[in-house]
Structure formats: structure tokens, C-alpha cells
Design a protein around this ligand. Sequence first.
Ligand code: NAI
Ligand code: A1CAB
Length: 272
Amino acid sequence: MNLRVGFIGGGNMAEAFISAFVDGELLLPSQISVSDVLKERLDYLKEKYGVKTYLCNLQVVTESDVIFLAVKPQVMTTVLKEVAGSLYPSQIVVSMAAGYPIRKIEEIIGDDKKVVRIMPNILVKIRKGVVAYCDNKRLLDEERKYVKELLSTCSEVFDLDEKLFDAVTALAGSGPAFVFLILEALSDGGVKLGLPRDVALKLATQVLIGSAEMVRAGEHPEVLKDKVTSPAGTTIAGLSALEENRTRFALIKALEEACKRSVEITKLVEGM
Ligand SMILES: NC(=O)C1=CN([C@@H]2O[C@H](COP(=O)(O)OP(=O)(O)OC[C@H]3O[C@@H](n4cnc5c(N)ncnc54)[C@H](O)[C@@H]3O)[C@@H](O)[C@H]2O)C=CC1
Ligand SMILES: O=C(O)[C@@H]1CCC=N1
């Protein structure tokens, strides 16, 4: 299968996917079309990636077999209503909107349409993303395979029940922002101790990448933590400060709040 891919909304996530698809040489720029309400944004995408761009969303619908909806959840209902009459049941609609359920998409465009819901993260831009995947079971096996292959070029794809999407949105969708904050804070700590800013950021980044790689290699983080921690040493002094400041709780709470917001967004869009 070699389908034409469109994006409605050409913001951060659309660019992350376009960049990955083009750089990964899975799609030619001429197979990709994008629409947005901002002409400057479209000019930028056309110039940088060579994709086809339109101010009209319906043009993307006409030119695509797979249509990624990459607008904010609050804009989804308007966009879906706008394109509903032009969609064919053979086309595949892929939504990445946080908190926007498949049933709401079907309510607007019809339940005869092929609908995929994904929750990606910004790391797809460097082809190290994760994507949670579910669909409304209307895709043919080969179509599902194709969409997953497309997503696999830039991410690890997890088949998950839609019920888990709020939690996945918190951990995987919002997660990079939490990690960026941690990196920034570690760099600040280094600067406070006298390290030059650029050195502090590089050290913090390498520590994070290396630590994640060790966990990926198969060891549990708790076991690894104990290997770093000497009796009466430096690490336990730092860990004790983290416990005193309830760092674990703060991170758990961050995910809970992000998940709660995803549920709130669903309630909000269901009333639209
Ligand atoms: N940014 C992230 O890391 C992640 C975002 N998401 C989801 O991806 C979706 C897109 O998010 P971002 O790319 O971050 O947002 P963004 O704000 O960067 O991009 C949205 C784009 O939609 C355009 N737009 C607004 N109204 C439009 C309309 N009526 N027709 C066509 N285009 C229109 C905007 O001009 C903007 O360029 C959201 O639903 C979000 O929940 C999901 C996972 C991660
Ligand atoms: O902040 C947001 O709502 C979006 C969804 C996940 C990441 N960014």
C-alpha cells in the first residue's frame, strides 16, 4: 500500500509527523498535503518539507487516503463538521486530539467511517516517539497494518484500549514536557554549583539518556538506584532531599492531574 497522507492542522504535532515521514523516506513530500488557517505556517511547511499546502481543509480531504486530524481538541468539532460531508467511507481518519473520543468523531462524521485514535508524543519528530493506537474496527486488516507501519517509522506503537487513553495522554503525550522540566531543573542545579550552563545541560542530558538506556536494557530502576547509592555517600544525601520534597508524589500527582484534564476535555467536547 502506498497511500496519500493529509494533515488538517499544521502545528507542532503535524510537523513532527511530516518531518519523520519525509526524513524516514517512507513518503514523498508530494504524497503529503497539509491545511491550516495560518498562511505563514503553511509557507514554512512547504518551504521546509516540500509538502503541498492549502488554506482549505476540504482540499486535504479530497487529496488524501489517510487524513490526520492535528488540530486542538477544542477545534475538532468544527473541523469534523466542516469535512463530514466530503468524507468517503474508504478514507481513514486518524485523530490525535487529547480527550476526543472515537464515539464523538463517529457522531459527527458517521459510524460508517474508518476512524483511528492515536496518542502520540512530540518525540516522533526524531523518530523516537511512542504512539498509543486504537480504532473503530472498520479498517481492513491491510489498512490497519499500513497505518501502523506508517506510525512505526517514527515511534513504538502500543495497541491499547481507548479506556486507557487518558492515562497514556498523561504519561506519554504530556510526559516529554515533564522530562524537559526535570532536565532544566538538573541543569539549574549544576549551574547553582558553579558549572557552566552548557556543560550542565549536556551532563544532565547524557545522564538521562544513559539512565533510560540502562533501564531499557532490562534492569529495574530500583535495583540500579541502589547500585549508585553508597552507605553514607553523596547519592543518599541527594535522595533524602528528594524524599523530603515528595518528588515521587509530585510526579505521580502531575500524571494524575494531566489525566484528570484529559477526562475534563472529553466532557467539554461532548457538550459541543
Ligand atoms: N503537542 C504535543 O506534544 C501533542 C499534541 N497532541 C494533540 O495533537 C493535536 C495538535 O496539537 P499541536 O500540534 O500541539 O497544536 P498546534 O497548536 O501546534 O497546532 C494546531 C494547528 O491547527 C491549526 N488550526 C486551528 N484551527 C484550524 C482549523 N479550523 N482548520 C485547520 N487548522 C486549524 C492552527 O493554526 C495550528 O497550526 C491536539 O489535539 C493535541 O491534543 C497529542 C500528543 C502530543
Ligand atoms: O498538552 C496537551 O493537551 C497535549 C496533549 C498531550 C501533549 N500535549
